[in-house]
Design a protein around this ligand. Structure first.
Ligand SMILES: NC(=O)c1ccc[n+]([C@@H]2O[C@H](COP(=O)([O-])OP(=O)(O)OC[C@H]3O[C@@H](n4cnc5c(N)ncnc54)[C@H](OP(=O)(O)O)[C@@H]3O)[C@@H](O)[C@H]2O)c1
Length: 239
């Protein structure tokens, strides 16, 4: 695949190495321009090129956002990402420390507001860059690999991003919609920076769901059961 990478710091350059090693083509970009990326492109080889942020956005069938979340000016004009699969790896950190309070929204929903028309998938947020560099294992069965979570509202875009994650030796674990799945990938979540395999991640999430039953309010329990109805073996009977 052709992948545009916006931001060539710790996450952007780790991803660029993995993508080119897996046979993808990349265009990398940063705030200082292509000249400053000459060394990185040299390391990456002939399937890599450097450009401006807009060049990388135009180049990618998939575009990875790996710039600081608060720097809205780091994103290209939204029309360059119209209808493209955009992977949001950004976490809403404040430059002075801590993270932004988003009143119940996830940082990726805010990114979708900035980039209307993009097929946004939140992924790569919970994995530390040095784990991304070192823990990919293409030789292992997928369920035994380090989990990379994804969330989004476009099933086809999530399928493509899942394949990309598998191609670099990790295991995609779908956590659901951009709102609810996205919450699980925010910096204060229980899976942030963990080194679960996909199998362990699924077991952990199931266990968390199980614990939730004790915390649900009286009126929330029937609503939760209603939501789970399609997964029950026995269909609920009409009263
Ligand atoms: N580090 C991690 O382990 C990790 C893990 C998961 C997610 N993330 C998220 O991934 C994103 C990148 O993190 P990082 O650790 O890779 O950061 P980083 O090493 O500081 O790299 C940031 C990159 O963004 C570019 N950039 C900054 N402002 C820009 C602007 N206004 N216009 C264009 N490019 C700009 C920088 O370009 P210059 O070098 O030219 O300034 C640099 O290439 C963040 O949102 C972070 O929360 C990080």
């Amino acid at each position: 695949m052709k992948i545009g990478i916006l931001g060539a710091g710790k996450i952007g350059s780790a991803a660029a190495h993995l993508f080119t090693a897996a046979g993808h083509e990349v265009a990398v970009s940063n705030s200082r321009g292509p000249e400053s990326l000459r060394e990185l492109v040299g390391e990456l080889g002939s399937s890599a090129q450097a450009g401006s942020i807009a060049d990388a956005a135009r180049f990618g069938e998939i575009v990875l956002l790996a710039v600081p979340w608060h720097r809205e000016d780091a994103l290209p004009p939204a029309e360059l990402l119209q209808d493209k699969i955009v992977v949001d790896a950004m976490n809403p950190y404040r430059p002075e420390g801590g993270f932004f309070e988003l009143r119940g929204f996830t940082s990726s929903e805010e990114v979708r507001r900035r980039l209307p028309g993009a097929k946004l998938v939140k992924a790569f947020n919970t994995i530390a860059y040095d784990h991304l560099e070192s823990r990919g294992r293409i030789d292992l069965p997928v369920e035994e690999r380090h989990a990379i979570y994804l969330a989004g509202d476009d099933p086809q875009a999530k399928r493509v991003v899942s394949e990309l994650i598998e191609s670099i030796g990790f295991a995609p674990v779908d956590t659901g919609s951009l709102r609810e799945g996205g919450r699980l990938q925010e910096p204060d979540s229980l899976i942030f920076n963990q080194t679960f395999t996909a199998r362990e991640a699924r077991a952990f999430l199931r266990n968390q769901l199980h614990k939730l039953v004790d915390e649900l309010s009286e009126d929330a329990l029937p609503r939760a059961l209603e939501g789970l109805a399609e997964f029950r073996r026995v269909k609920p009977r009409k009263a």
